[in-house]
Ligand binder design. Structure first.
Ligand code: SAM
Length: 239
């Protein structure tokens, strides 16, 4: 990849917030999932969590394809998802209008935080509400009772982004270097990624110029055939 593309990916990775995430509970319209993931990428979320009960299953995960830069973890149940997020020390906020809900701007998002968003028609489940630490709400004073889920996510996430920016949390890298290397290779050499997967060869390291810094044995494992060479050239040329 070109040094410019390498730097662009590096700059993005340096701002990823590993302790801020969203969990989508049965949000099943592909355009909504895509829009939320796009906002996640924009504010520097590295991983999103999803739960799709059988009746809401997405076809082939198509909606997630819109953002190659945001990782996804799918959970079988909301209980498992919240259990894992709490296990990582996150405060779990659920977007839900209730007696005990607080205005979303009152929350301290500089803490490790997961925000749960619910299904388009029915919202979040009772189980999610029971397990979460805090209900939050975006004030509504008009005639409609709720916002589109992707709009709600954008509002909450940009408040989190604002607070974290002020706290200097975008000034230092949080993502482990190993994960950065993986994303650099995936973003810089997509055709070689496919070949690695096909041949079951580990990803190579990427140097500070964006070049593959693999030893001879890696190239041999890749059996640097005409195919691999042309894939490398195409990857280099397309950036
Ligand atoms: N009738 C549903 C309910 O009672 O929750 C409405 C679901 S709403 C269209 C879909 C999701 O968007 C909600 O589960 C929540 O995550 C989010 N949402 C929409 N409006 C919201 C608001 N004013 N405050 C907080 N979250 C909101």
């Amino acid at each position: 990849m070109s040094p410019e593309r390498y730097q662009r990916i590096r700059d993005m990775l340096a701002k990823r917030q590993t302790d801020l995430t969203v969990c989508l509970e049965n949000v099943h319209k592909p355009h909504n999932v895509s829009a939320v993931v796009r906002t996640c990428d924009a504010i520097g979320i590295h991983r999103v969590h999803t739960v799709w009960e059988d009746k809401y299953k997405l076809r082939g995960g198509t909606a997630m394809g819109s953002q190659q830069w945001v990782r996804q973890t799918n959970h079988d149940t909301i209980g498992e998802a919240i259990g894992e997020l709490k296990g990582q020390g996150m405060q779990v906020l659920v977007t839900h209008l209730s007696e005990k809900a607080v205005d979303f701007r009152e929350i301290d998002y500089t803490k490790p935080t997961a925000v749960l968003f619910g299904q388009e028609k029915y919202g979040v489940t009772d189980e999610a509400i029971a397990m979460a630490d805090q209900d939050i709400v975006i004030p509504m004073v008009g005639m409609v009772q709720s916002l589109n889920v992707s709009v709600a996510a954008a509002l909450v996430l940009y408040e989190a982004q604002r607070q974290r920016e002020l706290a200097g949390m975008y000034n230092e890298q949080h993502l482990a270097e190993e994960e950065c290397q993986t994303l650099l290779f995936e973003g810089g050499y997509p055709r070689l990624v496919n070949m690695c997967k096909r041949k079951d060869v580990p990803y190579p390291p990427i140097d500070e110029n964006g070049h593959i810094a693999a030893d001879e044995s890696w190239w041999q494992q890749m059996q640097m055939s005409k195919d691999a060479l042309s894939a490398l050239k195409e990857d280099e040329a397309s950036k």
